[in-house]
Write a protein that binds this ligand. Structure first.
Ligand SMILES: Cc1cc2nc3c(=O)[nH]c(=O)nc-3n(C[C@H](O)[C@H](O)[C@H](O)COP(=O)(O)OP(=O)(O)OC[C@H]3O[C@@H](n4cnc5c(N)ncnc54)[C@H](O)[C@@H]3O)c2cc1C
Length: 451
């Protein structure tokens, strides 16, 4: 059988795309979803078992649908977890909402298109006939389609250390993937933990440790020692920012934004004014300026733009103030056993070398911004010239309609939804951005007429 649409991936981007396809396609159309993750729609973000892991976007902006902005708040109310638009729900609840939304759509729309879920990993891709791409699966099957939507997310960054010299018992205390929260059960309350990376994942892990009664010391080592900032408890109106009027250089933009912030009660208003226009701002920059942004401004962008819920921020700051969490800015050089694990790092801005002792090392270096290299499937698709990396190697080179640009004459459109399209859109990791993209891609497929 040849499907009209093959969606590869089973995280939020995939399920948001499928929900929009259910809305847009005719009942005779057929869709296959290939995913190796049984928690459809949850992905790393919404699979957490801990209720304390919160969304970092207010509930009022987390609906899966652009045209039904209250859908998530209504779901919370219906499930006896009433929250206001400006509150921050748990990520676990959000995962349930995504799953329920998909199930509800499949149940309620009697005349919707056919959707088949295939639990497998896509390992390769072959061109079939004139306008069909076949995905080879790790169970030996093949799923072919006339339209493809790649929703693979980005991989997790590798631990920035060579562990070859560590004994196997020490290696068991190095947590490469902190999202398997089972490691928390093995930590003793007074152990020393060293977290590599100081972003949102680090805060999640610190709070998870604390919730399990951990009272030991936590060292956080990252290149700049910067941690995410918090949202304001009482939201304020966004500042009026016209990105069309901003300069076209990173230095000029920074200068202009600082000038706007001086007239605002809080700098967050400027970031909030910028948020719906970030993609336009990025698209207006030359490749050289985009590169400059990534090299010099990215850590500051991240901590100001990707903020945490106010009470999460306050709880975390309390631990820093109490000295339980300590930040170090520097570059990890080696990890040795002597007999506990010693992490040797070069202090930022000096040649000085310091050492941290740890019973546990936890990799919280976050998303792998290494383009397509993390995925054997994508490497294979690149080899066949079905996709190519974008100029900054953040992901796949797509046009403004999210369509792969590698081979314009290819008759099977390949769309990309989610963070792999960052080269074109930059901010395309959060729900408010992905839901717009998922909608546009579903519309493009429906308009072209898959069947
Ligand atoms: C911890 C965390 C918290 C977050 N919190 C928020 C938040 O509060 N608000 C917000 O708006 N955004 C948040 N985000 C952003 C979040 O990443 C997105 O909202 C969304 O979850 C991204 O989904 P995705 O489907 O693009 O990627 P993923 O969730 O990574 O899903 C990719 C899927 O593709 C599958 N896959 C990969 N390769 C293959 C293959 N070859 N074959 C088959 N399947 C494959 C994977 O198994 C996975 O299921 C958070 C992200 C993280 C990591």
């Amino acid at each position: 059988m040849i499907y009209d649409v093959v969606v590869v991936g089973a995280g939020f981007s995939s399920i948001a795309t499928v929900c929009n396809l259910l809305d847009q396609l005719t009942p005779s159309a057929t869709v296959a979803v290939i995913g190796d993750d049984p928690g459809y729609g949850r992905g790393t973000a919404y699979r957490t078992e801990l209720y304390l892991h919160r969304l970092n976007v207010p509930a009022g902006r987390m609906s899966m649908f652009v045209d039904r902005p209250d859908a998530f708040v209504e779901w919370l109310r219906d499930h006896k977890r009433p929250l206001a638009q400006g509150d921050y729900a748990s990520r676990q609840d959000y995962g349930l909402y995504v799953r329920d939304t998909l199930a509800g759509l499949l149940r309620s729309k009697r005349d919707h298109c056919r959707v088949d879920f295939v639990k497998a990993k896509a390992t390769g891709c072959v061109e079939r006939y004139d306008s069909v791409l076949g995905f080879l699966l790790d169970n030996g099957d093949e799923i072919a389609g006339r339209n493809v939507v790649l929703c693979l997310g980005v991989g997790s960054a590798q631990l920035p250390a060579d562990l070859a010299d560590l004994s196997s018992s020490a290696k068991r205390h190095v947590i490469e993937n902190p999202w398997r929260l089972s490691w928390l059960h093995r930590v003793e309350p007074q152990d020393r933990v060293c977290i590599l990376g100081s972003g949102l994942t680090m805060i999640d892990q610190v709070l998870a440790l604390q919730a399990r009664g951990f009272r030991g010391h936590i060292d956080v080592l990252s290149r700049r020692g910067l941690a995410p900032l918090g949202h304001k408890r009482k939201p304020m109106p966004p500042a009026a920012v016209d990105v069309g009027a901003l300069p076209k250089s990173i230095a000029g933009i920074l200068h202009a934004l600082r000038a706007i912030a001086r007239h605002e009660e809080d700098w967050r208003n400027v970031m909030d004014g910028l948020r719906p226009q970030t993609q336009a701002l990025w698209q207006g920059l030359s490749q050289a300026e985009r590169r400059r942004f990534l090299r010099h401004a990215l850590p500051w962008w991240n901590i100001h733009r990707h903020r945490v819920a106010p009470d999460v921020f306050e709880r975390f700051r309390g631990l820093v103030r109490a000295g339980q969490v300590e930040f170090h800015a520097g570059f990890l050089k080696t990890v040795r056993e002597a007999p506990a694990m010693s992490l040797c790092y070069r202090v930022r801005g000096s040649g000085e070398t310091r050492t941290l002792q740890a019973d546990w090392i936890v990799n919280c270096t976050g998303m792998e911004r290494s383009g397509i290299s993390h995925s054997p499937l994508l490497r294979e698709m690149e080899r066949q010239k079905l996709i190519r990396p974008d100029p900054l190697r953040l992901g796949i080179d797509v046009d403004a309609r999210s369509r792969s640009q590698a081979r314009p004459e290819l008759r099977t459109p390949i769309y990309v939804v989610g963070a792999l399209s960052a080269g074109q859109f930059w901010e395309i990791t959060a729900v408010p951005d992905i839901r717009l993209q998922a909608r546009a891609v579903a519309e493009a497929i429906a308009t072209a007429g898959p069947d």
